[in-house]
Design a protein around this ligand. Sequence first.
Ligand SMILES: Cc1cc2nc3c(=O)[nH]c(=O)nc-3n(C[C@H](O)[C@H](O)[C@H](O)COP(=O)(O)OP(=O)(O)OC[C@H]3O[C@@H](n4cnc5c(N)ncnc54)[C@H](O)[C@@H]3O)c2cc1C
Length: 499
Amino acid sequence: MHSLWLETFDKKQNFPKLNSNISCDVCIIGAGIFGITCAYYLTKLGFKVVVLEKDEIASKTSGHTTAKITSQHGLFYNYLINSFGTNFARKYLEANENAIKNIKKIIDTEKISCDFRYQNNFVYTTSLEDLHSIKDEVSALKELDFPCEFVTNCGLPFKILGACMFKNQAEFHPLKYIYGIVDSIYKDCQIFTHTTVTDVRQSSHGYICYTNNGNVQASNVILACHYPFINIPGFYFLKMYQSSSYLIAVDTKENVFNGMYITAAEPTLSFRTAKIDGKDLLLIGGQSHKTGRYCNFESSYGVLEKVAKTYYPKCEILYRWNTRDCVSLDKIPYIGPYSHYTPNLYIGTGFQKWGMTSSNVAANIIVDMICKKQNPYASIYSSVRMKPIKNRNEVKNMVVQSTKSIMLDKLAPSNLKFDDIGLNTGGIVEINGSKVGIFKDSRGKIFAVKPVCTHLGCLLSWNDVDKTWDCPCHGSRFDFKGKNLYDPAIKNLETYNFE
Ligand SMILES: Cc1cc2nc3c(=O)[nH]c(=O)nc-3n(C[C@H](O)[C@H](O)[C@H](O)COP(=O)(O)OP(=O)(O)OC[C@H]3O[C@@H](n4cnc5c(N)ncnc54)[C@H](O)[C@@H]3O)c2cc1C
């Protein structure tokens, strides 16, 4: 299921695959919003830049986002003040407010037509229980001297009890923005698509990025690949997980409200509008869960569609899609050096579903590091910090989930029998003492895979909404034929012939 953005964007140019050995100052691995923003700033500064993308530009998380550009990352500032102090919270807010301005500056400088619109952003509640959290957030923001407002009326078509409102936030069409940037730099930098980096190794002149059809020698490397596929010595697989959410785009057949909205507490519901071909569509998002957890249509799109039909009974659902993002254990992105032991190898990840501004903050920090310039926000995002242990519950969940999927689930017998698997669905069965992942298509054709993640060996789970094999530990995903779709895995699953 492709997003509204991918479906409504006409890509004008294609990029080649890498097919020789080349060298550059900076090699960027991944062409989502973060990789392309890094490429933009570095190319404009005169660096020789190479971008290597496994699939197409912005075809993964950045092409499936909601694309609200805001420094209001849920109810976050009270949490930041309590966990890290006022100075930290102030810097986080300032960095993300600056990012909105930076994005607008790129759009104006490069004359990118990407449906950018300033909007008010609201975190709202309809429940008395969460009202105090909103009031606490407003007080926290006052402590940071930020002019947010507590309101009891907003544009939503139902009654709310209260909301925290940020003015001058924005929205855009992410594909138009990202390809607009690409248009402004592609003559001065080299972009290769359908080129998977399989390894990055230190060399006498920096690093060599290996692919199957040529290598890139680079003085600096930026891992802009979302969840890093290199496990050691960064150990991101111990300090980050992925969370999936669903979105629908709806023609309400009525006038639709303005503004951007998200609920104060879980389960989150998110709203924004987007003008597509002159028509205002309503986007509704939510139903988050850890990637790899059980989900079905009713518990994902079904819930969002019910919300749409409640307020717009004649509405038509035009697009459904989902994606996932990385979340660090303390909810702060990891931006900076990949590890203490890998000079000039950088990373930006853990944007926790707020990557429109965070990717810009990250690009600025890393570009400054490459230019050996101080960046005022680098310290709060340190990628080599040792603080995630603070969030003990999440650490415990991660260890329990990984142990379960890597060891216990693999040993436990499968309850499912081959004949239990119906048409157009899948599951894991045991054949000759080994676990086999089976998908039967609507005509009964069987696709069999080894249901073990090629990243770190976790037992995969069947996702019946997308007909994919998903990893409950780190969020890699594979189609029913075993083809790797999403990071951190880069290899396909082993397949079995099954007649
Ligand atoms: C449902 C949902 C809604 C969201 N809504 C918002 C929102 O409203 N506002 C907001 O600010 N943020 C939002 N986000 C978050 C935001 O979309 C992401 O943080 C952001 O898009 C991540 O960008 P990225 O460039 O890091 O990753 P990606 O866009 O995933 O780009 C990474 C790229 O690296 C490539 N890659 C991976 N491995 C390799 C390899 N080995 N070799 C070469 N290439 C590789 C991938 O193919 C991919 O194209 C949302 C996230 C979700 C899940």
